[in-house]
Design a protein around this ligand. Sequence first.
Ligand code: ATP
Ligand code: MG
Length: 384
Amino acid sequence: MKKVILLRFGEIYLKGKNKGYFERVLLRNIKTALSNIDCIVNKTSGRYIVSDFDDMDYNNIVSKLTKVFGLTSLSVATEFDTSRNNIENFLANFKTNVKTFRVSVKRADKTFNIASNEYEKILGEIVLNANPNLKVKLKEPELELVVEIRENKKTYVLTESINCAGGMPVGTAGKGLVLLSGGIDSPVSAYMMSKRGLELVALHFHSFPYTSLQAKEKVIKLAKILSNYTGHIQLICCPFTEIQEEIHKHCSPEFMITIMRRIMMRISKIVCDKFNAKAIITGESLAQVASQTLESINVTNEAQTTYPVFRPCIGMDKSEIIDISQKIGTFETSILPYEDCCTVFLPKNPVIKPHLNKVKREENKLDVEILIEQAITKLEITEI
Ligand code: ATP
Ligand code: MG
C-alpha cells in the first residue's frame, strides 16, 4: 500500500494518431517540472502516477503540477494491488469525522467481475460499519470516497481532486515569440498562448540608459515566474535606444510610437527566423491606448506579414487581464514602477488613426534596414 498522486489529462487531443506524441511530451514536461524533487513518474493507461516521494515534498509537488499545461486535475490516492480482500480491508479501516458520504466505484478493469453500482453498496455498508455516525447521501455528500479499479491491476482510493491548469502540453503546438514588456498584459498573453501548447521565446526591447537596469531585471523576473508554467524560456534582450533616438531626431513626434512598433515587428520577424518561432505574441488589447486602435494595429501588422501576430488579450478589459495576472502570479512584479522603452520620448499627441502612406513617408527618413541590422548584432540571450 502506498501514497501516490494520480494525474489526469484532457482526452480531446489524444484521439487520433498523435496520441502517443502528446503523451510523451506531457510526460517530459511533468518530469521537468519535478526534476528537483525525489520521486518517480510513471504512465499507466489514461493516467500519470507520481510515487515514492517524501511527504514533506507533497505541497511542493502539487504546486508544480497544477501549473503543467495539459493536466486537468490531480488527486492524492492510496494504491494497492487489486483484490476484494485488499479493497474491503482498506475501507473497513477508513475513519472519518464528516457526517455524510458516498462510495463511487470506477471499474476500468472488467476482469474484476462485480458491477460498479452493486459494489458501491457493498463498500458503503463496510464504511458505515466502521463509522456508525455516518450517513449515506448520494447527491452532494460531504465526502466522496472514489475507488478506481484500473487495468494495471492496481486499485486507487481517493477523496478529492485538485484542478490543474488544463490546456495543451507546452511544445506540442510549436514555438512562439512573445514580445515581453515589463507591463501587465504581455505576461498574461504569454501565459495564454503557452497554455495552448506553444513553447516560448521572449523578446524584450530596452532603452538603456533611458530605461534602468532594474527595468531589465523586472522582465527577467517576469520570465522566471512565467517559466513555472511554460518551462524553459530563452529571453532575448534587444537594444532599442539608438532606434528611438533616430526616430526622435528625424520623424514627426506623433508617429514615434507607430514607427517604433513597426520596427519592433520587423526585428521580431528576424528573431523568429533565427529561433525557429512561427508566431509573434503581444499583449495588445483593442482600444486600450493609441497604438492599439484598429488603424494602428493594421499599420503595425503591415510591417511584417511572414508570421501571424497572436493577441490573446485583444478582447479583454483591463480588469480581466489583471485578474489573470494575479492568478498566475505576475501582477505584483508587473506593477513595479520601472519605465518601459515605450515611455521614452513619448509624444504628447500620438496619432490615433495612422495612415499607412503617411507613416511610410516618415519612416523613409530613417535608414531602417541599417538600424535593424545593428540592433540584431547586439542581441543578448538569458536562459530562464
Ligand atoms: P503591457 O502591459 O504588456 O506592457 P501595454 O498595455 O503597456 O502592454 P504597449 O506598451 O502599447 O501596451 O505595448 C503593447 C505590446 O507591445 C505589449 O503588450 C508587448 O507585447 C509589446 N511591447 C511593448 N513594449 C515592449 C518592450 N519594451 N519589449 C518587448 N515588447 C514590448
Ligand atoms: Mg507597456
